[in-house]
Every structure is written in structure tokens, then in C-alpha cells.
Design a protein around this ligand. Structure first.
Ligand code: NAP
Ligand code: GDD
Length: 324
């Protein structure tokens, strides 16, 4: 019998799925990932990390319970990471039902599939600081009450409580990682950091003049995705399952994040930034600031990458892509 550990990742083609695959492959895992069939190329992140042929892709969709059960059976996974989601907050007002189906019911499907096919497997739920929404404490931790401000936050709250409930009801090893914003060169272009770093690179190269943004007074606790996937893995190695906030403990405005990006290429946002009503949201999460104290104490996890390092890494990656 092989001693190779096997993991199943939903959302394997996303930012976190790619970094988590890389981490688990480095640790010697057999990595299986759910591939939700799309007409466009969704494998670019795995390709950029050079692991496209190492991840074993399984057809499936979070909204299809039978495909989740089959994936758990065929992968023989002892660790299941549910990272799949409609993860863009802005879209969740345009597609609230799809967001609820994928992010809320989809998580329940994975929990059910684990319960049916391998209840001993350790389960990770990708929960989010968006659940804090209209914040009820200056610094948010595991005990801070939730107040979601978007259909995305509402759907994720269902998934979070389903995870807690399955842990308590069925004694499943089900953990919820309440992760604050985390970014990387593999971030989707619709999210504000990548929108900014891509635009800064284009402006520097003379391919674009303006950068149009919405609420630049919003504050976020931004970290590096490569650091955050380590926290996910650590949660599933603990003797008992639990919930953890994963954050840097620092918060910065979108405006100041823009300054870092422009400054890196010797430009100023004042010459290019345009505020556009189109990018404001029906309800905003004004500020997020996480307290990673429990993750530090119990998991021995700490962020390693500063916001300055993160944003300059992203600008450099976008410059490289555009000049290739
Ligand atoms: P992402 O880049 O948007 O990736 C989302 C993944 O979900 C993609 O692989 C996507 O597949 C997949 N997916 C979407 N709908 C699906 C469906 N119906 N069935 C199966 N898979 C589906 O997101 P991320 O930034 O990596 O985030 C990973 C998870 O952490 C998400 O659940 C997100 O909500 C949560 N989270 C993220 C952050 C953050 O700051 N990044 C913070 C807290 C929590 P395609 O590639 O085919 O579209
Ligand atoms: N995307 C975007 N585009 N955001 C903008 C823009 C713009 O043009 N202008 C201002 N913002 C502001 C948004 O209003 C928000 O306050 C902030 O920038 C961050 O927006 P996003 O980068 O889209 O991320 P998010 O905070 O809404 O959601 C991300 O983080 C969550 C964790 O807190 C996503 O990754 C979620 O999936 C994740 O759960």
C-alpha cells in the first residue's frame, strides 16, 4: 500500500487552488482538483507555476452533489479543501442566486459528500473576512459577531456555519479559515490590487492612460496568497478542527495601495487615477482589520510578506507578462 497522502481541492484553477496545489505537491501529496468545465482556458495559473501536468483533474461542479461524491471516492482524499466559489463580491449583487448556490449550497454539497464518502477526511472551508462586513469590533477575531454586506458574504456565512455544524453534529474534522484579503501575481484581474498593478504596468508601457476605480477610501488587510495557503494546510494537520482568522493585523486604504504601485515605476496616481461611480458597490465594507493571534499561537503561522513586497511583486509580474 502506498503511503502517499492524497488531497482534493475544489477551486484548483483559482488563485489559492494553484498555490495550495504547489505547496501540497512539494510536501509529496497526490493532488486532485475539481475542474468545472468552462469554454475558456482556466489552467493558466497552474501553468504559470509549472504544475499543470502534476495536478490530477477531476470533472465536477460544486452544485452537483454526485460529482463531489465521485471525486472524493476516486481521489481517496484524506484532506478536502473547499476553495471553489463565485468569489467576486461585486458580481454577487448581479448573480445572487448563483452565488448562493455555489458558495453556500456548494459548500454543503462538499460537506455531505465527505460525510457520505469518507467522514474521516479532514475538511477545510474557505471562509472570509467579508462575513464581518459592517464591522462590530475595530479588530476582528474568531469571536467577533458577523454582519455580511453582500450576497457573497451572506452565502459564505451559510457555508461557515454549515462547517461548524457538521463538526458539532457528526464529529467531522471540519475547519473554517476566516481569511482576510490575499493577493498575488495570480490574482484575478477584476480584484482591485491586480486591476491596479496591471493598469500601472500598462500605463508605464504607454498602453493605457487612465485607471478608473470606485471607493478608494475602503481599507483592507491585505496579505500574500502564498503565505495564506500554508495556514490552510496547518489547520488540517491539527488534532482537532477549529476556526481561525488569518490576516496580517495591518490595514491600508485602496488609495495608499495605489501609491505603492505607481511609486514602484516612478509615476504618481494623481496623474492617472479617475474615480468612476460605476465601481461603487450597493453596500460597502469600509474597513477590515484582522487579528491573527489565534493562528499565530495555535498553528505557529505568521505572514511573511509585507504589502509593499506584495504589490511590487505584482507590478513586476504584470510588467513581465506585458513585455513578453
Ligand atoms: P478565485 O481565484 O476566484 O477561484 C475560484 C475557483 O472556484 C476557481 O477555480 C473557479 O473555477 C472555481 N469555481 C467557481 N464556480 C465553481 C463551481 N460551480 N464548481 C466548481 N468550481 C467552481 O478565488 P481565490 O481568490 O482563489 O479564493 C479561493 C477561495 O477563498 C474562494 O472560496 C474565496 O471565496 C475564498 N476567499 C478568498 C479570499 C481572497 O482574498 N482571495 C479571502 C477570503 C476567502 P474556474 O477557474 O473554472 O472559474
Ligand atoms: N474590484 C474593485 N474594483 N474594487 C474596487 C475598485 C475597483 O475598481 N475601486 C475600489 N474598490 C474597492 C472595493 O469597493 C472594496 O472596498 C476594495 O476595493 C476591495 O475590493 P476587491 O479587491 O474586489 O476585494 P473584496 O474585499 O471585495 O473581496 C475580496 O476579499 C474578500 C475577503 O475580505 C475577494 O477576494 C473575496 O472573495 C474575499 O472573500
Amino acid at each position: 500500500m502506498s503511503n502517499t497522502r492524497s488531497a482534493l481541492i475544489t477551486g484548483v484553477t483559482g488563485q489559492d487552488g494553484a498555490y495550495l496545489s504547489q505547496l501540497l505537491l512539494e510536501k509529496g501529496y497526490e493532488v486532485h482538483g475539481i475542474l468545472a468545465r468552462r469554454s475558456s482556458d482556466t489552467l493558466w495559473r497552474l501553468r504559470e507555476l509549472g504544475i499543470e501536468n502534476e495536478v490530477r483533474l477531476v470533472d465536477g461542479d460544486l452544485t452537483d452533489l454526485s460529482s463531489m461524491i465521485r471525486a472524493i471516492e476516486t481521489s481517496k482524499a484524506t484532506e478536502v479543501y473547499n476553495l471553489g466559489a463565485q468569489s467576486f463580491v461585486g458580481t454577487s449583487w448581479q448573480q445572487p442566486l448563483l452565488t448562493a448556490q455555489v458558495d453556500g449550497v456548494g459548500a454543503l454539497n462538499v460537506l455531505e459528500a465527505v460525510r457520505i464518502a469518507n467522514p474521516e477526511a479532514h475538511f477545510y472551508q474557505a471562509s472570509t473576512s467579508e462575513m464581518f462586513g459592517l464591522i462590530q469590533a475595530e479588530m476582528q477575531d474568531e469571536k467577533t459577531p458577523f454582519y455580511p454586506r453582500s450576497p457573497y458574504g451572506v452565502a459564505k456565512l451559510m457555508a461557515h456555519w454549515a462547517t461548524v455544524n457538521y463538526r458539532e453534529s457528526f464529529k467531522m474534522h471540519a475547519s473554517s479559515g476566516i481569511l482576510f484579503n490575499h493577493e498575488s501575481p495570480l490574482r484575478g484581474i477584476e480584484f482591485v490590487t491586480r486591476k491596479v498593478t496591471d493598469a500601472v504596468a500598462r500605463i508605464k508601457l504607454g498602453q493605457q492612460r487612465e485607471l478608473r476605480l470606485g471607493n478608494i477610501d475602503a481599507k483592507r488587510d491585505w496579505g500574500f496568497a502564498g503565505d495564506y495557503v500554508e495556514a490552510m494546510w496547518l489547520m488540517l494537520q491539527q488534532p482537532t478542527a477549529d476556526d481561525y482568522v488569518v490576516a496580517t493585523g495591518l490595514t491600508t486604504t485602496v488609495r495608499d495601495m495605489c501609491h505603492i504601485a505607481f511609486r514602484h515605476v516612478g509615476l504618481s496616481p494623481d496623474d492617472h487615477l479617475v474615480i468612476d461611480e460605476k465601481f461603487f458597490r450597493p453596500a460597502e465594507v469600509d474597513v477590515l482589520l484582522g487579528n491573527p493571534g489565534k493562528a499565530k499561537a495555535k498553528l505557529g503561522w505568521s505572514p511573511k510578506t509585507s504589502l509593499e513586497q506584495l504589490i511590487t511583486m505584482m507590478v513586476d509580474a504584470d510588467m513581465r507578462r506585458l513585455t513578453k
